[in-house]
Ligand binder design. Sequence first.
Ligand SMILES: Cc1ncc(COP(=O)(O)O)c(C=O)c1O
Length: 494
Amino acid sequence: MNPPPSPLDPTPDEIRRWGRAAIDHAAEYLGSIRDCSLYPDTDAASIRSRLSQDLPHDGIGFDRTLETFREVIGPLSRQNAHPRMFGYVQAPGLAIAAIADLLASTLNANLTAWRSAPAAVEVERITLDWLKEIIGFDRSAGGVLVSGGSMANFSALAAARQTKAPADFAERGASSLTRAVCLYASSQAHHSISKAAAILGIGRKFVRQIQVDSNYRIDPVDLRKQIERDRAAGHLPVCVVASAGTVVTGAIDPLAEIAEIAREFDLWMHVDACYGGFARLAPSARSLFDGIAQADSVALDPHKWLYLPVSCGCILYRDPAAARATFGYAADYTRMIAEEADEAFAFWDYGPELSRRFRALALWMTLQSVGLNAFADAIEHNIVCAQHLEQLVQASEDFEMMTPARLSIFCFRYLPPALKARRPGEPVEQEIDRFNEQLLVALQRDGSSYLSNGDLRGRFVLRGCAINYRTTKRDMEILLEDLRRVATHISTVT
Ligand SMILES: Cc1ncc(COP(=O)(O)O)c(C=O)c1O
């Protein structure tokens, strides 16, 4: 006898009806994104009060569940697709990628190895080849899509440690090391570098902070000095991390010079290009990335400046053998039997994960259907928007840039007239810091534009990153209008 129909297995007609309802919602939502409030006026308790917290032994059905998404989850979220979402490095997502994610989950391919997902693995390999070409790597390089930049940086540093430390870390662990292993990164490097060093047993203390110049780029003289000092102290320098687009200011380290130093001292060179890497597509920024192809590894985040929805990061290794020595490991139950080289390929040799979702589909489908030129245009326009903001600030009486706009990042602050009249002097600087802190919080709550913050040489800065293909020059003007409007409600007496 057949079991009764299960709610886990809807009929094709039900699937069609659910899909239409969800897609109708997605279309309406994206169609009106410009008009919605960017940030909800809510708190944790009121969100929880609108979501049932009882373990649902009996389901309430798809329609009511979708209604909860439409009425509660969607509206009580930060609207990352909004054209004035300038906080952090937050991409808007793409409609095509959202549809691709639906198809990827429907197929439910598990991209461990070729034999488990033949066509899906080929799609990811082709997509990785495209990313290599964008960055200037040969197709012989290796790589894998990962959850994001933090995982990409972690994977790169694991490969660096395995390759450049004399002890076989993968086999014998840190106990076989007699010397401290040192990494070099600027004070502006993303915190995922130090976090990876802590997890990998290198230790945060041995991530040497290299000084930066006035443009927040690594100072090669200090880099060389610190490597020599560590060598003289009997430590083991293994890796230098350059940033191609730092998270706070968008600075690109002098990649070619750093590559030369890495060669001279036999260091692994890793480039964190998670934010900036795809700006190599923009004609105005391309030359800033000269030297990136000399790196041993490059971390990229398609879920940043290729606008994809999270989570889609990527790590590329110039020499795939280095990745295999780090991550390759065959248990009896995963061993390949009688496969040709191409079909014996396994992604588990290139990163920490075994089961992996079909991330590549969203990226492949978007690039295949839209084409790279549309991305190059959108990225260039984001850079133009950041420059427009800079010009507006420079022409104003009440704002000032805190460092020149780089790529699509801008750091600036508001100068309340009452405090501006009293400049310069340290106590006033602190009051301006406090005013801007309050201004940031008030702007975020206001919901028309969204910025995040940074600290530059001890000063609080309003920081924005234009990383949305919907953003226009007019949005940059509205951002300043919003700040001025919100500032009138903040007292200068602190
Ligand atoms: C330069 C840089 N590297 C790494 C990361 C970490 O990326 P993810 O959030 O995808 O882990 C970020 C995040 O903003 C970043 O800007």
